[in-house]
Design a protein around this ligand. Structure first.
Ligand SMILES: Cc1cc2nc3c(=O)[nH]c(=O)nc-3n(C[C@H](O)[C@H](O)[C@H](O)COP(=O)(O)O)c2cc1C
Length: 256
């Protein structure tokens, strides 16, 4: 296994227990420079990365704090400003812009996480920014209201305690499909369920299913975890924000 592959296999989330130890500015710059190397559609880098160093601000934004928080936003405002500067019209409305911009954004974010890990710095991706009133994120950080959406926060830092194990991953049928899509057979589903139930695989989100006496991890997952649903307020606010940002068109464009 080469060093890059080893770093990727060594990725792990730190679920909030970051120590006081600071990520150096030099490392931060290395991570940011690596982050923007990610592939991006039409050489547009349709994102902005807001760097937060204030722990109180981090907590307000997402409920967690570490040494640094990188907020990755889908963002076309730099392009709008450039178009206006040169006297051109520019269009970034609609779901295609959002999907493409989100792809640019998330690739840059994951590249930062890998770069950080290669420097011995841990991370946590969190969508805590979408819990509660998402408007606070716009207000606290002066985000543009149009063509900008805070997609994911990446917290960087050092853990107070080494995680006991790496979380497992599915690999194989149902995840990797060679040639064409292959739905899982019943036997393959049974195998997958057993794989999740085996504590040595560390697949479960947490141990609540065992502690609460569920026979299988997925009994807990469907009955308890998924049944919480998304808060309807979050759902409707996210829709409204994406719509007012210009990323959701409520009337379909004419197709000639
Ligand atoms: C979109 C997204 C949101 C996440 N939000 C949280 C979060 O709010 N809190 C948390 O503790 N972990 C969060 N995670 C981390 C996952 O729980 C973690 O990646 C998963 O359990 C696998 O563990 P690992 O990253 O250590 O392998 C999030 C991950 C992603 C990709």
């Amino acid at each position: 296994m080469n060093e890059t592959i080893a770093t990727i296999h060594d990725l792990r989330s730190i679920h909030g227990n970051f120590s006081e130890r600071e990520v150096s500015n030099e490392d931060l710059q290395t991570i940011l420079e690596a982050s923007v190397r990610a592939a991006n559609a039409s050489a547009r880098q349709s994102y902005s990365i807001i760097v937060i160093e204030d722990a109180d601000m981090m907590k307000k934004l997402c409920g967690y704090a570490g040494s640094k928080l990188l907020l990755y936003c889908v963002d076309y405002n730099r392009l709008f400003a450039t178009a206006a500067h040169l006297g051109y019209d520019f269009d970034a409305d609609g779901v295609v812009s959002f999907v493409t911009g989100s792809t640019d954004t998330i690739l840059a974010a994951q590249t930062a996480a890998v770069a950080a890990r290669s420097l011995g710095i841990d991370s946590l991706f969190t969508n805590g920014i979408h819990r509660g009133d998402i408007n606070r994120v716009y207000e606290l950080l002066n985000l543009p209201r149009t063509h900008c959406f805070p997609l994911i926060a990446l917290i960087l830092g050092y853990p107070t305690q080494e995680p006991e194990y790496l979380k497992g991953r599915l690999y194989g049928p149902g995840v990797i499909h060679y040639g064409s899509y292959k739905p899982l057979s019943s036997d393959e589903i049974e195998e997958m369920l057993a794989y999740y139930d085996n504590p040595d695989g560390h697949m479960a989100l947490n141990h609540a299913w065992m502690e609460k006496g569920f026979a299988h991890y997925h009994d807990w997952f469907f009955k308890v975890w998924s049944a919480r649903g998304e808060a309807s307020a979050t759902k409707s606010q996210m829709f409204t924000l994406l719509e007012s940002a210009g990323f959701l068109e409520t009337t379909l464009p004419d197709v000639a």
